[in-house]
Design a protein around this ligand. Structure first.
Ligand code: GLP
Length: 260
């Protein structure tokens, strides 16, 4: 039986930690604290952080701490999580552009420590495999912070993605392209992206998933409470057991039925 098709029960796994806080700002501060904990534990380690609107508050808090001298990212390796094929940071829809604007630049992260998604490689498939090796060579990820897409995607692991998926080129769903077009005044969104795989993310020593807002309450419930399945790729993160912390604001947690 193919567990990915059938869905999977996780009764034998340790439960993820689910932290429900009142507000978006509280979610952002908890996520920033998790990043700081990881880099204090290993100041020369590697982390990945997401794009999208959800982490913007986390970046504000991290930049505040860096500027105040409370956090030292000078030797931390930052791996980007995903981006559109063919986009560079000077293009309208680049996800990396958001990361540069919200975090890398104001946080004065040394460019030599940033690992960009190879969106313009002449052979993107080979470049994605090389990116995966780069993560391995950096000693693996100490922490992966991820958001949750409205269709349950993690990074750009779209529905159909299994837990063993590694960094690769992926075809985007129309739903995700429409979601992202809304961020860029309807700019045209490429049909493909390079994304870290769920398996790559699951290999991180710690995983923090952040979700905010009532619009995601249904997909949060499916992610945490329905059988794990590639229909909701985020559900596979439960395979991390208690290495996974899910940080939700009150609105995103509104449809959970199990006690946190
Ligand atoms: C985007 C990104 C993901 C992000 C997700 C949620 O498409 N590829 O990395 O986590 O969708 O975005 P948002 O936080 O804006 O809801």
């Amino acid at each position: 039986m193919n567990v990915e098709d059938q869905g999977s029960d996780d009764q034998s796994l340790a439960a993820p930690k689910v932290t429900v806080v009142e507000t978006y700002d509280a979610m952002s501060i908890r996520a920033a604290d998790a990043v700081i904990e990881a880099i204090r534990a290993n100041p020369v380690g590697a982390i990945t952080v997401p794009t999208g609107s959800t982490p913007v508050g986390m970046y504000k808090e991290l930049v505040r701490k860096i500027v105040a001298g409370e956090a030292d990212f000078s030797q931390v390796q930052i791996f980007c999580l995903d981006d559109y094929l063919g986009q560079t940071p000077s293009d309208a829809a680049s996800l990396t552009k958001l990361l540069i604007r919200e975090f890398l630049e104001p946080g004065q992260i040394p460019d030599a420590n940033v690992h960009y998604i190879p969106t313009t490689a002449s052979d993107p498939h080979a470049a994605a495999e090389a990116y995966e090796r780069e993560i391995h060579e950096a000693g693996g990820l100490d922490l992966a912070v991820v958001g949750l897409g409205p269709n349950g995607h993690i990074a750009f692991n779209e529905p159909g993605s299994g837990p063993d998926a590694r960094t690769r080129v992926i075809d985007l769903t129309q739903e995700s392209r429409d979601q992202n077009a809304a961020y860029y005044d309807g700019a045209s969104i490429p049909e493909q992206a390079i994304t870290m795989g769920l398996g790559t993310i699951l290999a991180a020593r710690r995983i923090v998933m952040i979700v905010s807002g009532a619009a995601k309450a249904g997909i949060v419930r499916a992610t945490l409470e329905e059988p794990m399945s590639s229909n909701v790729p985020g559900s596979w993160l439960r395979l991390a057991g208690d290495r996974l912390e899910v940080v939700l604001d009150r609105d995103a947690a509104a449809e959970l039925t199990l006690p946190a």
